[in-house]
Design a protein. Structure first.
Length: 181
């Protein structure tokens, strides 16, 4: 266990005592460029709640993690360059989610990461084939605001980001709110 985890464990940061500040630090240290948290009971998550609880019945907190992409690669006229950037960042955001969960597990907090984009559950076609709407969660956690183009715009990174969602069984001392603008 690294020094930071040892300090958290010594403070008693277990499933019932994890703070928002502790969780944000864990997310950033694991490689997220930003993160936000929302309680499962929030009304704006009502359309997602059933799927969230199907995936991980113990969910108390929903975590949105952000990984920024290279703007110039995303705007390249080469489809190969754009695809390669998305592939790298998609893998990176998945790896970040895995590191976060492993750190939380060491503190006694259980959780599950939803796939950042693919694979999707085509067996649910023609209905909703994705597990969790990362955009809805991101907006509710205040890590971005939905643009007219239906892409989440982060206040610092713009719309060149990829999102992932982590479901955990811990309650936090405070939660984030959507951005006002």
């Amino acid at each position: 266990m690294d020094k930071d985890l040892g300090e958290l464990a010594a403070k008693g940061a277990d499933a019932g005592k994890l703070t928002s500040e502790d969780l944000l630090n864990i997310c950033l240290e694991a490689g997220a460029d930003d993160a936000g948290f929302v309680e499962i009971e929030r009304e704006a998550l009502s359309a997602e709640r059933e799927d969230i609880l199907r995936i991980f019945p113990g969910t108390q907190t929903v975590v949105s993690i952000v990984k920024k992409a290279n703007r110039d690669s995303i705007q390249s006229s080469s489809l190969a360059v754009v695809d390669w950037e998305f592939s790298k960042v998609n893998t990176a955001v998945s790896d970040v989610a895995d590191r976060i969960i492993r750190r939380l597990n060491a503190l006694g907090v259980r959780g599950v990461a939803a796939p950042p984009g693919f694979p999707m559950d085509i067996g649910r076609w023609p209905g909703k084939v994705w597990e969790v709407s990362h955009k809805t969660v991101a907006v509710e956690t205040g890590v971005g605001h939905m643009g007219k183009h239906r892409v989440v715009i982060h206040p610092r990174f713009g719309d060149h980001i990829l999102l992932d969602t982590i479901l955990i069984d811990a309650n936090l001392d405070r939660y984030h709110q959507p951005l006002e603008e």
